[in-house]
Design a protein. Structure first.
Length: 591
């Protein structure tokens, strides 16, 4: 690298005259502070693996790019900042950083170690290895380099090197527009491979769970067409893609061949996939439009306007502007998820407590990862970097349980609706639809096997007078009492229904017309025994019956066909008319 001069055209600058004094002063400061600020040497092979933040000294370039020679002089003469945690996190769009640490091989053999900088979106990374004052190797990489041109074909910037006996100084220069989070990891190659395998299992389990949940809810969406299941699927898949991107795994396939800042832009826009679909999923699941219309509109506006702002930044090549908006979108997503849950709880919506628990847990984990990456408050390490994945996985499981419970509730509601679609709500007997659905397959079996069957139609005598004299409330009591009498009198396998108004019907399978007559008489006597006490009088009830069946009647089981059911109904209705004409409270057969 060549230094970039900032001198004025006439060559006169204050720095020109102050430089000697500053150099002397900085040298004295370097000597004065050297014992306190110098980083601890990394002794190998005793040091097997770990982050090097606490072993690292660093400084940032001020107004120009400097050379390696200048950086080495700076390290030796100027007080340096020292890492205090696993990683050095400096924020977004900061000046390039120079870091150094020393590796001391205490054996008389070379030791094979891997060094990696585990932030995949760093644009340019240069590492020099210096032994006895001479550069023995130089590795250049970062996401500005095509994947196959990097020191290792790996999801992070990494290289492996044999460290000779004695001390080796490592100097790293980092330049990026994105968040300057610098977790340098150093480990023996054996330990690095073991860690890769363990990490692979962790990510495999995490992504496996989330993809399985996504596909399951996609299937539910395809079959039941409820938007929340489809949005939940997109939410999970969006998060998996985003996670694969910012952990560098996606960029082992899609690399910087598309431009220096391709990974930065892809990371930024993949935040939209899960943030926007997540917000839309939450408002749909909790139905906020019904009880919190202003909040619902706010969610929709944030889900629209912030992504449009990010797209505008892309059009005008303003990466930092779009990055800030992406963090704003992410923060809004976290905040609104919690607010949506609280509003749902206030509206006494089901599953609101579970939703709040899931959103608060995810919010804490997302906040930890976001602050760590942005370089604020939270130290950057393995745990804080992966917090978002584990938090989102926990949230995904809880939200999946909410959807599963909602699906079960929907199924129960569907069964209830289907039941009431087939049931008369007053008498709790079948209605016409329910009667036909139940008897149709049985009648087809009777026809196919030439079995016996009888149909009984019942009509309450003088029911109109009950309504006219005592009112419709008493009429309802009468209908319910007659329905109970029919139910009590029916045998197992008999199917009864309210046929309409004050009429009832009973389907008697495996029953001849003569047997049906006996069963009808039993029901008639049960109804006749009903006594309803009113404040004015005691009400007695009777009913008339019409019967049509096989063997003794007009039908023979050998000649039954698909149309026989309707014919039997017509004949039973004619028999009922005869019973009414002959004085009521009797059973008649028509043939």
């Amino acid at each position: 690298m060549n230094g970039i001069s900032n001198n004025n055209k006439n060559g006169f600058t204050i720095e020109k005259y102050l430089a000697p004094l500053l150099l002397v002063f900085s040298t004295l400061l370097g000597v004065f502070f050297s014992s306190d600020s110098s980083a601890e040497t990394i002794a190998i092979p005793q040091f097997t693996q770990g982050h090097l933040g606490k072993y690292t000294e660093y400084f940032r370039e001020s107004d120009r790019e400097i050379t390696l020679t200048e950086a080495r002089e700076h390290f030796n003469t100027v007080p340096l900042s020292k890492g205090s945690s696993h990683s050095i996190s400096l924020g977004i769009d900061v000046a390039p950083v120079w870091m150094t640490f020393t590796v001391d091989n205490t054996t008389d053999m070379t030791e094979f170690y891997r060094l990696s900088l585990e932030t995949p979106w760093i644009d340019y990374i240069d590492t020099w290895l210096i032994k006895d004052g001479e550069v023995i190797n130089h590795f250049a990489g970062g996401d500005a380099y095509a994947f196959e041109k990097r020191p290792m074909q790996y999801r992070f910037y990494a290289f492996e090197h044999e460290y000779p006996p004695g001390q080796t100084q490592v100097i790293i220069r980092v330049e990026t527009k994105g968040p300057m989070a610098l977790p340098v990891y150093f480990s023996s190659v054996k330990a690095a491979i073991s860690r890769d395998i363990s990490s692979g299992y962790q990510f495999g389990a995490l992504y496996g769970i989330m993809i399985a949940l996504a596909l399951y809810n996609l299937v539910l969406f395809v079959f039941i067409r409820q938007a929340e299941y489809g949005l939940y699927c997109l939410y999970l898949l969006g998060f998996v893609l985003n996670s694969l991107s910012y952990t560098g795994q996606l960029h082992t396939i899609i690399t910087a061949d598309y431009g220096v800042y391709f990974q930065d832009w892809l990371d930024i826009f993949l935040m939209i996939t899960y943030s926007v679909t997540g917000l839309l999923f939450a408002r749909t699941l909790l139905k906020t439009k019904e009880y919190a219309p202003k909040l619902d509109r706010l969610v929709l506006r944030i889900a629209l306007y912030i992504p449009l702002g990010m797209l505008t930044g892309f059009v005008f090549d303003q990466l930092i502007f779009s990055a800030i908006l992406s963090f704003l979108l992410n923060s809004s997503f976290v905040f609104l998820f919690i607010i949506l849950g609280i509003k749902a709880l206030q509206a006494k919506k089901p599953f609101a407590v579970l939703f709040i628990l899931s959103s608060v847990t995810a919010a804490l984990c997302i906040a930890i990862s976001t602050l760590a990456v942005a370089g604020f408050l939270v130290p950057y390490n393995d745990y804080t970097f992966k917090a978002i994945e584990f938090g989102m996985a926990f949230e995904a499981i809880l939200l999946a349980s909410i959807l599963a419970r909602q699906f079960r509730v929907a199924q129960i509601d569907k069964r209830i609706a289907e039941k009431y679609a087939r049931t008369d709500p007053l008498t709790e007997l079948n209605n016409r639809r329910g009667f036909k659905e139940l008897t149709q397959p049985i009648f087809e079996h009777i026809v196919a096997n030439q079995r016996e069957v009888t149909i009984v139609i019942i009509d309450i005598d003088n029911f109109k007078n009950v309504n006219d004299i005592y009112g419709h409330s008493m009429g309802d009591i009468v209908l319910k009492s007659v329905a109970d009498a029919i139910t009590d009198s029916c045998r197992q396998g008999d199917i009864s229904a309210r046929w309409g108004g004050e009429e009832f019907i009973v389907f008697l399978a495996e029953t001849s017309e003569a047997q049906g007559l006996m069963q009808a008489e039993k029901i008639r006597r049960k109804i006749e025994a009903i006594k309803i006490d009113d404040i004015h009088t005691q009400l007695s009830l009777t009913a008339s019956f019409g019967i049509s069946g096989t063997v003794n009647g007009c039908f023979n089981q050998a000649t039954l066909d698909a149309q026989s059911m309707d014919n039997m109904l017509r004949n039973a209705d004619k028999a009922l008319y005869i019973a009414k004409q002959n004085g009521k409270n009797q059973v008649k057969i028509f043939c």
